[in-house]
Design a protein around this ligand. Structure first.
Ligand code: AHM
Ligand code: MG
Length: 335
């Protein structure tokens, strides 16, 4: 016997409290949990089974795919397509939506995901993760199109991520706080280790890719310069800086000890509003961060209120400890 609450038990008990729950959502979350366990195992064995290289393909955004980007995408679709809980899926790694194959029944949810976020880190053995979000399929829609996925983040019913780090963790919200589970490799179960995760309102730690500094807008430059000026500067305090280049690891650090993470709007490629994707990355992470008491903004508006205009839309992301995010937003207003 293990001690502690497994994620399966946790989800069943949480859903039991809801009179409207049919069991479909619980079953869907169980499939997602299974997919994350399988991916964790693949990521862990990566070098041993020779799957850490680049694939000979690009995704729709013109980024070179890693072999593992494709493998993990297949794991996620195959684990979630058969059980009758989903109407369709969409992924950072697929150009179009993934309709449920004809031989399987369809359900009432839409699932979007980034199967292996931070995959540029995979060959150097640094933490990567899976990010996912669940929405409802619009009422009466039998065969969803990409249009049906273009719902603002406020419509999400669940946001979550798995972090493949020194230990594998799963962090989830269904709109009722944020809970973290650690994979016990001995029994193959995620066990509740971090109940009710909350983000401290203040922080002295920021995360941004400073190699882009020359492309930043004035408000972000001002914020970072003030942090770098430390005790002698206008903030009167020393700040620490981190950049893992793996959003899941950065958000996880912020959930544990606070901080602010920024991938802001910049002028590097005027065709792109930011680097991170609204549906697969920004929205699920925003739901988690807000549920943990933090804040998330593009600098100009709340991320979860952005009305998506395309499956692969990008947005500027500023998230984390509330008072710091509000400060950056106020600098945008000043400008
Ligand atoms: P990916 O989905 O292609 O892995 O890109 C997203 C990742 C984030 O995890 C991370 O915050 C960011 O890209 C790092 O970007 P950069 O390499 O520009 O620092
Ligand atoms: Mg990603």
């Amino acid at each position: 016997m293990h001690n502690g609450t497994s994620v399966t038990q946790f989800i069943i008990e949480e859903q039991r409290g809801l009179s409207t729950a049919s069991g479909e959502f619980t079953s869907l979350l169980n499939d997602i949990v299974t997919a994350c366990k399988v991916i964790s195992n693949e990521v862990n064995r990566g070098n041993l089974i020779g799957i850490l290289g680049a694939a000979e393909s690009e995704n729709i955004q013109g980024e070179t795919q890693k072999e593992l980007d494709i493998i993990t995408n297949d794991i996620f679709t195959q684990t979630n397509e058969w059980s009758g809980n989903l109407a369709a899926m969409a992924s950072e790694e697929m150009d179009d939506i993934y309709p449920i194959p004809k031989q399987y029944p369809k359900g009432k949810y839409l699932l979007v995901f980034d199967p292996l976020d931070g995959s540029s880190n995979i060959d150097v053995n640094i933490s990567v993760g899976t990010i996912f979000s669940i929405m409802r399929c619009p009422e009466g829609v039998e065969n969803p199109t990409a249009e049906d996925f273009l719902q603002p983040g406020t419509e999400q019913v669940c946001g979550g991520y798995a972090l493949y780090g020194p230990s594998t963790m799963l962090v989830l919200t269904t709109g009722n706080g944020v809970n973290g589970f650690t994979l016990d490799q001995n029994i193959g179960e995620f066990i509740l280790t971090n109940p009710n995760m909350t983000i401290p309102e203040d922080t002295r730690e920021f995360a941004i890719n400073a190699s882009n500094m020359r492309f930043w807008e004035e408000p972000v430059r001002r914020y970072v310069e003030e942090c770098l000026a430390g005790k002698e500067g206008p903030r009167g305090e020393n700040f620490n800086m981190r950049w893992v280049a793996s959003m899941v690891a950065e958000v996880h650090r912020i959930l544990i000890r606070g901080g602010i993470f920024m991938y802001p709007k910049d002028s590097k490629d005027p065709a792109k509003a930011g680097k991170l994707r609204l549906l697969y990355e920004a929205n699920p992470m925003s739901m988690i961060v807000e549920q943990a008491g933090g804040a998330c903004s593009t600098g100009r508006e709340r991320i979860m209120e952005v009305k998506p205009d395309g499956l692969h839309q990008r947005v500027p992301v500023i998230l984390g400890s509330k008072n710091e995010v509000e400060r950056v937003v106020s600098y945008h207003k000043d400008a």
